[in-house]
Design a protein around this ligand. Structure first.
Ligand SMILES: [Zn+2]
Length: 321
């Protein structure tokens, strides 16, 4: 009985899929994806005052500066290693750009990949310890009216001291968009309606966003972008490990990260290391460290591009050219 129902369900689903793909075949872009445009996003930025920096601050470093330096090196490496690719910077100067503008730059330029570069920070660990005791004096009152008396008393109370220890957190990590919060990503995909452009004559087809088939298609693209983002993130972390860095892996944030949710393409956010860790801070401040990170990121993008273009991986993005 269950088997029969399952079979029935499967055949209906298969039929539906065939119909959907038939219906959409002239509308959707080709699935032979190419990575034409890479968006490089240097995290944070200078907001006009050194006293209130945007992003994390190490003992002698600022996240916006390191992110900017590494992003510039990534751009230079991509241009050198993949001259056929179009590179777009969301923050081409040291100055701050809003998150909304970054997403708009990425979407308007029809990016096939969004790579955001940041640095991590872990606050010092607060440690409260009891260190001995002290005698405290206090007063109680007894009696009423004229007979009221103030009595001096003492008690022994513990003495606490607060210590702050350096946080041992270290290593690289890459974030992908929150898969359980795909509504924003889906909205962005719909807004960037070129997903529904006719690839043959480049004309735009009016799409009813409430159409269940459209909704289904958008959900499918969102899923594909998620798989592609995780794939790229894993390759990035692999490349870091190859150069001796410690990797904390590919992660999602519960609340989601705006630029990752708001870009209509596979998107990752790379944390280069912890500015709260003296050793990593020095590595990331140095020219060699920055160059090494930029080369690892570029190698990863290149590997991913090759995979996608060979069709061995989930499509990077709808073919927009
Ligand atoms: Zn950051």
């Amino acid at each position: 009985m269950i088997k029969n129902r399952l079979l029935q369900f499967c055949s209906i689903t298969c039929l539906a899929l065939v119909l959907v793909s038939f219906f959409w075949s002239p509308v959707l872009h080709s699935k032979t994806s190419k990575v034409h445009t890479i968006i490089v996003d240097a995290g944070h930025g200078f907001k006009g005052s050194l006293s209130s920096p945007d992003g994390a601050q190490g003992s002698s470093s600022q996240e916006d500066v390191i992110s900017y330096e590494v992003a510039k090196k990534v751009v230079a490496e991509i241009k050198k290693q993949m001259p056929e690719v179009n590179v777009v910077e969301t923050r081409p100067t040291p100055y701050f750009v809003s998150l909304k503008d970054r997403a708009a730059i990425a979407n308007n330029n029809k990016g096939d990949l969004f790579v955001s570069i940041h640095c991590n920070f872990a606050p010092k660990i607060r440690d409260v310890r009891q260190e001995g005791t002290r005698t405290e004096t206090y007063y109680v009152y007894s009696g009423k009216g004229k007979k009221k008396k103030k009595i001096k008393k003492t008690r022994v109370v513990p003495v606490y001291k607060t210590y702050y220890h350096p946080n041992p957190a270290h290593g690289t990590e890459t974030y992908v968009f929150a898969a359980h919060k795909t509504d924003v990503k889906e909205d962005v995909l719909l807004e960037n309606g070129d997903v529904f452009q006719n690839e043959k004559d480049d004309s735009t087809i009016n799409v009813n966003i409430n159409d269940p088939i459209v909704k289904q298609q958008v959900a499918l693209w969102t899923k594909m972008f998620f798989a592609s983002s995780v794939k790229l993130g894993s390759i990035v972390e692999e490349e870091f490990v190859q150069t001796g860095r410690f990797s904390r892996g590919v992660k999602q944030r519960q609340k989601g990260i705006f630029v990752l949710q708001a870009t209509a393409m596979p998107s990752i956010l790379i944390e280069l290391g912890f500015l709260s860790n003296r050793e990593e801070e020095e590595f990331l401040l140095g020219e060699d460290g920055q160059q090494s990170m930029a080369e690892s990121i570029t190698r990863a993008i290149r590997r991913y591009k090759t995979l996608v273009e060979k069709g061995n991986s989930p499509p990077a993005a709808p073919n927009k050219k």
